[in-house]
Design a protein around this ligand. Structure first.
Ligand code: SAM
Length: 239
């Protein structure tokens, strides 16, 4: 069943869908009055019947579903800025795999500079994670933050686990770190750009408490690193 996220519930136990979702239901899915859809509101999942199609779709609650597909560890990914297509891919995969929030980071060696276009980019990124959340049937849409600078990132240490993925680390492997995690823990993970972190960045981040961590013996592409990490967390979540 097709899933849609809404921000508001009407007083009469119905949901009014937005313009884009209404268009999707009317023109792409070619649904009719009486068809069933899933609506997610504040993390709760409802089966709803379409009662009105035009101009905007109205869906009536038929039942609430007790389902939670979220990871038991809340993971915030800080992804160094990379080229558009790679960034889109990372956002999509991280969302499918259960990330809670994503912050782009303007790393020293990021070849892409967002600059003045950051609002437009952020909107685009937010719509990618919304679609990926619907497709993967998440209960929540991950938050996409503003592009961070190093000094902003250095202040983001209010998590149970603060990890810096670096190819320079050999001893502290991910498996060791994950064995210490418990349900409900929060984790922030930083992944470098194609050219890796500079020495200065690694030093600054370690100084404020980020733990350097290895993702294994191979050097992974930046777009593989977050998927590998989130897959590992998802795997331990299944035990
Ligand atoms: N030559 C670069 C360097 O020296 O860092 C390689 C960068 S790698 C292509 C991109 C990013 O993915 C790294 O900065 C790191 O965050 C992450 N990464 C890739 N492989 C990793 C590994 N085996 N362990 C930890 N992090 C890794």
């Amino acid at each position: 069943m097709q899933r849609y996220f809404v921000n508001e519930q009407q007083k009469d136990q119905t949901f009014l869908l937005g313009k884009e979702d209404s268009y999707h239901i009317q023109k792409v899915m070619r649904m009719k009055v009486g068809d069933l859809i899933e609506v997610v509101y504040q993390g709760r999942v409802f089966h709803c019947l379409i009662s009105t199609l035009f101009p905007l779709v109205i869906a009536e609650i038929s039942s609430e579903q007790q389902e939670d597909r979220e990871l038991s560890i809340s993971v915030t990914l800080v992804q160094s800025l990379v080229k558009e297509q790679k960034m889109d891919y990372i956002l999509q995969k991280a969302t499918e795999l259960g990330v809670c929030a994503i912050y782009p980071y303007q790393a020293e060696r990021s070849v892409v500079k967002v600059g003045e276009k950051s609002d437009k980019k952020r909107q685009r990124w937010q719509s990618i994670v919304k679609e990926a959340s619907e497709q993967s049937k998440r209960n929540v849409i991950p938050f996409v933050g503003d592009v961070l600078t190093l000094s902003q990132l250095c202040r983001m240490t209010n998590y149970d686990f603060c990890l810096l993925c670096t190819v320079n680390e050999k001893e502290e492997i991910l498996k060791k770190v994950l064995s210490k995690c418990q349900k409900g823990d929060t984790m922030i993970v930083i992944v470098g750009p194609e050219g890796g972190f500079s020495e200065g960045e690694e030093e600054a981040l370690q100084e404020v408490g980020f733990l350097p961590v290895s993702l294994g013996k191979s050097v992974l592409r930046t777009e593989t690193a977050s998927s590998f990490l989130l897959s590992a967390i998802r795997y331990i979540d299944m035990e």
